[in-house]
Design a protein around this ligand. Structure first.
Ligand SMILES: [Mg+2]
Length: 135
């Protein structure tokens, strides 16, 4: 079981995605997991700002983003003592096999391929956090 930083025993998730409709869709899917408290970030820079003030238990990040992309974010998180073991799920496009391999090599735990399907996101996040189904 992943360490829970929140007083109510909730799991803090950070969703990093530069596309507002895509981000909305992921957040909506994750709202089905009762234990989760979800925070949104617009891009990698916004994500770094948010992790500076909140400890997240899982990070779900897009790869293709302006300024600071998902690969750089994974690299930065793994170099950070507080985030070296926090699960990271990356979101890639179907053809981006190279990005997937790079992200996994940099320390990402799992990936989701666009087009995103809500049940797939829910299942992967639950599995990654060790949460039981239907909880
Ligand atoms: Mg993007």
């Amino acid at each position: 079981m992943i360490g829970r930083s929140d007083k109510q025993g909730r799991v803090n998730a950070l969703v990093v995605e530069d596309s507002p409709p895509m981000r909305k869709m992921i957040v909506f899917a994750l709202s089905r997991i009762r234990e989760l408290s979800v925070t949104e970030a617009d891009d990698g820079v916004d994500a770094l700002r948010r992790i500076a003030s909140t400890k997240f238990d899982i990070i779900i990040t897009d790869i293709n983003m302006p300024i600071l992309d998902g690969l750089k974010l994974v690299k930065r998180l793994r170099a950070d003592k507080a985030y070296k073991d926090v699960p990271i799920i990356i979101i890639t496009t179907e053809g981006a096999e190279e990005d997937r391999q790079r992200a996994l090599a940099l320390g990402a735990n799992a990936y989701i391929t666009k087009p995103i399907q809500a049940p797939q996101v829910i299942k992967l996040v639950r599995e990654t956090l060790g949460l039981l189904d239907g909880g």
